[in-house]
Design a protein around this ligand. Structure first.
Ligand SMILES: Cc1cc2nc3c(=O)[nH]c(=O)nc-3n(C[C@H](O)[C@H](O)[C@H](O)COP(=O)(O)OP(=O)(O)OC[C@H]3O[C@@H](n4cnc5c(N)ncnc54)[C@H](O)[C@@H]3O)c2cc1C
Length: 350
């Protein structure tokens, strides 16, 4: 591993100032993602500023919603009663990610800021504009089965890997930050960027900008997260989706849908959301919506399968969220139901 210095931050202000003044410094929280990238020679920071001891581990009620400190562990958030009961998609997404041990270390800010699992990004012998701007993209002509079907560019076809981010995008979460220029609020769907010709920039955060909390606005509907992966656990999403529905009696008042594993960021579907509003849930409506959701998909050579898989997953998530079909299988995963069950995962109480 490349030599680096390590410093434990004693305050938010000190953490921000320390990283901001050193272009090659970076924050580290649980370290479950960042240390891997350092060991693989993908990242070579000169200084790690550890933010895991900062007072960012509270979950508090906030303007009718919930403020989750950036340092809250993925496990603590997944089992927090209000999150399980009112924001089920967040709990399900967290429990569908990684392993128990990783979730115990992983933080609520670090999870959505993890970098792509594109194998070419993680292999320094391969061309990758995200790792090394201007070097090219080996995935475009390579084995691109896990890559994007929406929003990709000629510079990058990588997908964003975080399950949590998909649920947060569908629930219109907001990110609170403190940076060298002071605090700001970022609407979660605006946090991640599409690749364009600057795929090395994953988010709109500036250097030294620290996430302090993730705020979930008040929500009285039902939400649900489903993920398809290659193994029953310990695997990233091939395709995933989060659905949040708010009802007026039998009519859909508000719908928010986000797909994961299909783009460089959680992929919201505003036109499909609008199609659902004012309608009563039916199998036909949800099938039509799910078909329309993938009408503009642009598959690569090896990932055409994501289109039928995504349509089926979204239709099922809509049916389960609306109550037209009972929830089936362990929390957050569609895999178990389709191959006959998985031991060792807990269902999320609803
Ligand atoms: C084997 C394996 C399987 C996995 N499977 C999944 C999966 O299925 N689904 C999934 O979603 N994830 C999965 N993960 C990823 C895992 O969830 C992430 O590694 C973890 O959530 C990252 O959190 P962390 O706190 O350890 O982040 P770190 O590794 O500490 O940091 C990650 C990034 O966030 C930045 N950062 C951290 N905190 C802040 C902050 N407060 N403000 C600004 N920047 C910050 C760091 O600088 C770094 O760039 C898997 C990981 C492994 C190793």
């Amino acid at each position: 591993m490349h030599p680096f210095q390590y410093q434990r931050a004693e305050s938010i202000a000190q953490a921000v100032a320390t990283v901001a003044k050193t272009p090659t410094a970076t924050f580290i929280a649980g370290g479950t993602s960042h240390v891997d990238l350092m060991k693989e020679h993908v990242h070579q920071p000169s200084l790690l500023v550890d933010v895991s001891a900062l007072p960012l581990k509270q979950i508090t009620a906030f303007e009718g919603g919930l403020r989750i400190g950036a340092g809250v562990s993925n496990t603590a958030a997944a089992y927090y009663p209000t999150i399980q009961q009112q924001y089920a998609a967040v709990s399900e997404a967290l429990l569908a990610g990684a392993s128990v041990q990783i979730r115990n270390m992983a933080s609520m800010a670090g999870n959505p800021l993890q970098r792509t699992r594109c194998p070419y990004f993680r292999d320094p012998t391969q061309a990758c504009n995200k790792r090394e701007p201007g070097s090219g993209c080996a995935a475009i002509g390579g084995y691109n089965h896990v890559h994007a079907v929406f929003g990709a560019s000629t510079a990058c076809v990588a997908t964003h890997p975080s399950d949590l981010a998909v649920a947060l995008a569908a629930l219109d979460a907001r990110v609170q930050t403190t940076g060298p220029r002071g605090p700001r609020t970022i609407a979660f769907p605006e946090l991640h960027r599409l690749p364009g010709d600057t795929p090395h920039l994953d988010t709109v955060l500036t250097h030294g900008e620290l996430i302090t909390s993730i705020d979930l606005p008040a929500f009285t509907g039902r939400s649900h997260y489903l993920k398809v992966r290659e193994r029953a656990s310990y695997a990233y999403a091939l395709v995933s989706c989060a659905v949040a529905l708010e009802m007026d009696g039998p009519t859909i008042r508000r719908a928010r849908l986000a797909l994961g594993g299909v783009a460089h960021k959680p992929w919201r579907l505003p036109a499909i959301e609008a199609m659902l509003v004012g309608q009563q849930p039916t199998e036909k409506l949800f099938r039509t919506a799910a078909q329309a959701a993938f009408a503009d998909a642009k598959p690569l050579e090896h990932n055409t399968y994501k289109i039928p898989m995504g349509r089926n997953l979204l239709e099922r998530a809509l049916l389960e969220t609306s109550g037209l079909r009972p929830l089936h299988g362990p929390a957050g995963t569609a895999f178990a139901a389709s191959v006959g069950g998985v031991a060792g995962e807990m269902a999320v109480p609803r």
